[in-house]
Design a protein around this ligand. Structure first.
Ligand code: ZN
Length: 283
């Protein structure tokens, strides 16, 4: 993936190295593994579902005031470019395809731990989107873990992770995130899990839609990039992670969908380039 032509977003809050609460007794290896499992098995839904109670925490916590801009290091610059391209693509296609104006989210880069509008953000949770403050939270160490522990990696695979979280922001702007909460409030665990999986798969598809349009604008991804992202999507399916951790893969416990489902929806978005094709709630 070439990122030379991408505009850097200035909507990045760089909180790395700002310290925070001590992490306790977990070893680094355990944290890294938890990070991967956390991302693939449910931090976004739990954040979404827990939205209401977490607002309370927001008022109690001390908000961190961090100036926004574009980081200077390699990974920070890359994240800012990917974010900038999501801003440009979604500002163009959301009005065209869904009749809504796009509002830019903020990308918070942090190390280990930080505060979010949805409660404390920790590396172990993996990247997530907080619908309360419209911010994406990412510990960039996650990219290193993808590479080392999942055999994933590659720039487009990292871009896909950011684009997936931006996909949740698009869902939020479209008023689609309430479905998970409604299902949860109904007390029907199966319905809640189902809504959560559909929400995650739609975010994968929306990441694909973004990549489709980025490639029209810049011709900057090739088959190898797509294979890497698909390999990543496949590696972080709930079924694969369950097997890797020695658990039995139980579809009812999935919150992100199986490897095959994730690959299918990412590919659907990539091929079609349309939000409409991402209606995971339709079938
Ligand atoms: Zn997600």
């Amino acid at each position: 993936m070439q990122d030379d032509d991408l505009r850097s977003s200035s909507n990045v809050e760089d909180r790395r190295g700002m310290g925070g609460i001590a992490r306790g007794g977990l070893g680094l290896g355990a944290v890294a593994v938890l990070t991967l499992i956390g991302w693939a098995t449910g931090i976004d839904p739990s954040v979404l579902i827990g939205g209401a109670e977490m607002v309370t925490q927001q008022t109690q916590g001390t908000p961190q005031v961090v100036p926004r801009g574009t980081p200077n290091d390699e990974i920070g610059r890359f994240a800012a470019k990917v974010l900038g391209e999501t801003e440009d693509v979604w500002a163009q296609i959301l009005p065209q395809q869904a009749g809504r104006q796009y509002q830019n989210p903020v990308l918070v880069l942090f190390s280990d731990i930080t505060n979010s509008g949805c409660g404390t953000a920790q590396s172990a949770m993996g990247p997530f989107y907080c619908p309360v403050d419209h911010k994406l939270y990412l510990d960039t160490a996650f990219f290193r873990d993808m590479q080392q522990k999942l055999g994933g990696g590659g720039q487009f695979a990292y871009a896909y992770v950011i684009a997936h979280e931006v996909g949740h922001h698009v869902q939020n702007l479209l008023g689609l995130l309430g479905r998970v909460q409604q299902a949860q409030e109904s007390g029907n665990g199966r319905a809640a899990s189902d809504a959560s999986v559909r929400t995650e798969l739609m975010a994968d598809c929306l990441a694909g839609v973004w990549a489709h349009h980025m490639n029209i604008r810049h011709q900057n991804i090739d088959e190898t990039d797509i294979r890497q992202a698909v390999a990543t999507a496949s590696a972080i399916g709930d079924d694969r992670l369950a097997r890797q951790s020695g658990r039995v893969a139980m579809p009812d416990s999935f919150t992100h969908g199986t490897s095959a489902q994730r690959v299918q929806w990412l590919t659907t978005g990539l091929r079609s380039g349309t939000v409409k094709a991402c209606n995971t709630f339709g079938g």
